[in-house]
Design a protein around this ligand. Sequence first.
Ligand code: MCA
Ligand code: AMP
Length: 502
Amino acid sequence: MTIYQIPFPYLQNNSERIALVEGEKKHTYREVNNRINQFATGLLRSKTDLQEERIAFFMPASLDYVTTMHGVWRAGGIAVPLNVASAVSELDHYLTCANVTRMVAGDEYQDSLRELCASLNIDLVSVEDVLSEESIALPEISAERRAMMLFTSGTTNKPKGVVSTHKTISAQITTLIEAWEWSESDVIPLFLPLHHIHGIVNILSCGLWAGATVHLYGKFDIPRISKQIVAGTYNVFMAVPTIYVKLIQYFESIDEGEVEKICNGFNAMRLNISGSAACPVKLFKQWKELTGQVLLERYGMTEIGMGISNPYNGERRAGAVGQPLPGVECQLFDEDNNPITDEAVSGEIRIKGDNVFLEYWDNEAATRESFKDGWFCTGDVAVVEDGYYRIMGRSSVDIIKSGGYKLSALEIEGVLLTHEMIAEVAVIGVEDDTWGEAVTAVVAIKNGKSLDYDSLKSWCEGKMSSYKIPKRLKIVDALPRNAMGKVTKPSLKEMLRLVGKS
Ligand code: MCA
Ligand code: AMP
């Protein structure tokens, strides 16, 4: 038997159950397993172990994606799934930072990646190019070996590579299987991007580990997904708050009878989950009124997978994220690094457990700074009320959560500052009903120049992923600064929030 550390039992046992559904195509676990082995064999070529070679891939949710991810794991490489919505200019950083040597891309992306890969000496291939006719014995890989690198924005200019081991990923999956009672009878749609934990671990990996069926969508295609919901295909649904908002907006655009059918489809499910950003209490209540579903909100982070969750059985509280998951240690700390033991006193969430990542790739200093006494410091502030954690905010104003994506204000500012009209800029996230926070650029323009929103937006295209492009532009004479010369972002944020409400 093949030995590798992330033990997906239904794949290893060649189950004849359906693992993946891609449009009209259905793939059994046996079929997927064989394809993964052929791919891993092809990756190895004459080697016996990839020895943590970084293999990037650029493709939407598909059989090819699963083949590549698991193939890299089984051959002993580090999987580096990239965001297919990235601007090519952003990919350079990911590929260079991770020292990627091979890139597996879907046919539709090959042309746009060719020049970049050639300039970085990266072998650009497709899954078909790699697949071998036969399967050889694959390497035995210890649990501590590095398995995956995901890029996350932080308080530094450029995204950092978060490295997880086979053990980390297994722990992140198994805690959710236990807590949310995954089983082989589950059927779930997957429409979230596959370069983040939410799509990769919570949906795809939990589904495949549990022997469930995962329906793959290239994007959040509301009409197609709704049709399946009406047909009663799914019993579990996981999404970011923006998706629930967008579904409600969609309901407002279609006739009442259709809305009722879709809501009945949701009502019949065993579980609806919201996460990746705060679920407003108003949204929690609206969803319950429409569908009868009490959303299960949970809290996670790229570096830890999921940490805290409302209970599957028991009260799911609006505006709260619940209790630490099985195997996850969670403690609030005050600013002097003292653990907080009193309820109702807020502090930073710190996490310990097998679910916690190994390191930021090639960045010892950042790794060291993010741990204190063995605890991973999340930068999120919470309070415990009556046994339930409630997220109060983040310690950094330079992190923005828009539609579930974590964005670095500094990274966006860095690009905007190269605009010839812009003298100074502060990027902030302003409270927004659809996106949670809307990226907003507060700009002081150079003397004698002018700038309007539309021209700024088109200038940004191609320079950053489209979801990072500011949704709003506010022109000011000069940025407000404190006595130290630092831009006072919290007061700017508050000012623009109030303007937005008026
Ligand atoms: C799309 N647009 C956005 C966003 N997404 N703008 C701001 N923020 C966004 N998140 C913009 C596009 O640039 C485009 O702008 C317009 O909206 C339509 O784009 P489209 O792709 O059609 O939009 P959509 O399909 O409706 O996408 C919205 C979405 C997507 C489905 C909510 O953003 C999404 O999949 N978000 C989830 C991300 C995620 O999985 N995060 C988890 C990471 P224009 O029209 O101007 O060109 S967090 C995580 O993993 C941790 C561990 C956790 O806790 O879960
Ligand atoms: P990411 O690094 O993209 O995985 O984003 C992780 C961040 O998302 C966390 O540090 C939190 O700030 C935020 N987050 C995730 N889930 C929630 C939630 N349920 N409520 C509030 N914030 C959340």
